[in-house]
Design a protein around this ligand. Structure first.
Ligand code: GAF
Length: 374
């Protein structure tokens, strides 16, 4: 029987540092227990097939003639990874790959990076190759940016590939240096899904925010020679405000203050000061809602409900915005009751039933033993 290769890549939640990762800024995500399993059997005829167990569909490609041709279909993600790896010089003899995932879609938990990284690991496994973490993350990001056409940053692919159990990761998205931060046991991370779907697409709202940030960054560069927003201060922004629309200035203010909040959150974690960490999360949500204007009514309601619950230290939107999930820091003793109360109150307020999960930080992508893969 043909050899079966199987890899699992997790999803992620970002604790703080939103929309900072495409201007060289700081983020603090962790990998979580949802994920995608890519299982592959080799073939030798130059054909690659991708089957999605979730969609019940199979897509076939001729590897040697693969060109950039996104279809707006789930298969763009794995085919994009194959394209990206062939562009990077890897050659594949052929394969049948099956993808199966349980990451909630459109929830801001990065189902796309999970598919990309699982696919990349399986393809590299097929030819006995491996890539250092930054290169693997960048290859998957290229699939998303250049093949799928979504202008995301590097955060998701990096944490999905490189997450570490029981640790959050402070990642500098310019240097790709990172620090692993232990999560104190006194509090739990609870994710609540507003059930409002979001999409990271270039044409959509994520892309329009990114365009605004790039417009602001270009002005900072022209006026002050500052290349990346990550190096700008609020004083720099004030000097350029006359040249920017109020919207662009507000979006840049969010990014500048968010980088400062990630640094402050790291200090709070290092000191074990969870109350301070939670306070910073609440500030981050206000900045995302008011300056970045990328929240939505349901997510704001979810955050407000969370903040009123006993033991809730912090609550904010996580991911690209315009729907999706909140991430909450809740004292361990209150976490179960928090989950139930938030669900009940959110249903009363919106008629929607939020899925809420108490999460652990997990390892990033890894090979599965044959038994686990079945
Ligand atoms: C999405 C993107 F894919 C990330 O790169 C990041 O920009 C995030 O939104 C916002 O912080 O997940």
């Amino acid at each position: 029987m043909a050899e079966l290769l199987s890899y699992k890549a997790p999803a992620r939640v970002n604790l703080i540092g939103e929309h900072t990762d495409y201007t060289g800024g700081l983020v603090m995500p962790m990998a979580i227990g949802f994920g995608t399993v890519a299982t592959l059997t080799p073939r030798e005829d130059g054909i690659g097939t991708f089957r999605s167990e979730n969609y019940g569909e199979t897509v076939e490609v001729v590897i040697s003639t693969l060109e950039r041709a996104p279809k707006g279909h789930w298969s763009d993600y794995p085919v994009g990874v194959l394209w990206s790896l062939t562009q990077a010089g890897f050659a594949f003899p052929g394969f049948d790959m099956t993808l199966k995932g349980d990451v909630p879609l459109g929830a801001g938990l990065s189902s796309s990076a999970s598919i990309e990284v699982a696919t990349a690991m399986a393809l590299l496994g097929l030819i006995g190759a491996s890539m250092p973490l930054p290169e693997l993350a960048n290859a998957c990001r290229r699939a998303e940016n250049q093949y799928v056409g979504a202008k995301s940053g590097i955060m998701d692919q990096f944490i999905v590939a490189g997450g570490v159990k029981e640790r959050a990761m402070l990642l500098d998205t310019r240097s790709l240096e990172f620090e692993l931060l232990p999560l104190p046991s006194a509090a739990r991370i609870v994710i609540c899904n507003s059930m409002v779907r979001h999409a990271v697409s270039s044409a959509g709202e994520y892309g329009s925010r990114r365009d605004e940030i790039e417009a602001g960054q270009a002005i900072l560069q022209r006026v002050l020679g500052i290349e990346l927003l990550r190096d700008a201060t609020l004083e720099d922004l004030a000097k350029c405000k006359g040249e920017m629309s109020p919207e662009v200035a507000a979006r840049c203010k969010h990014v500048i203050t968010e980088n400062a909040r990630v640094r402050a959150a790291r200090e709070a974690l290092r000191k074990g000061d969870l109350a301070e960490f939670g306070r910073i999360m609440i500030e981050a949500h206000a900045s995302f809602r008011d300056d970045f204007a990328a929240s939505c009514a349901e997510v704001d309601t979810l955050v407000e409900i969370a903040q009123k619950q006993p033991g809730c230290l912090g609550a904010r939107i996580t991911g690209g915005g315009f729907g999706g999930c909140t991430v909450n820091l809740v004292e361990t003793a209150h976490a179960e009751a928090f989950r139930e109360a938030v669900r009940a109150e959110y249903e009363k307020a919106t008629g929607k039933l939020a899925d809420c999960f108490i999460c652990e930080a997990t390892d990033g992508a890894l090979a599965l033993a044959a038994k686990e893969a079945q």
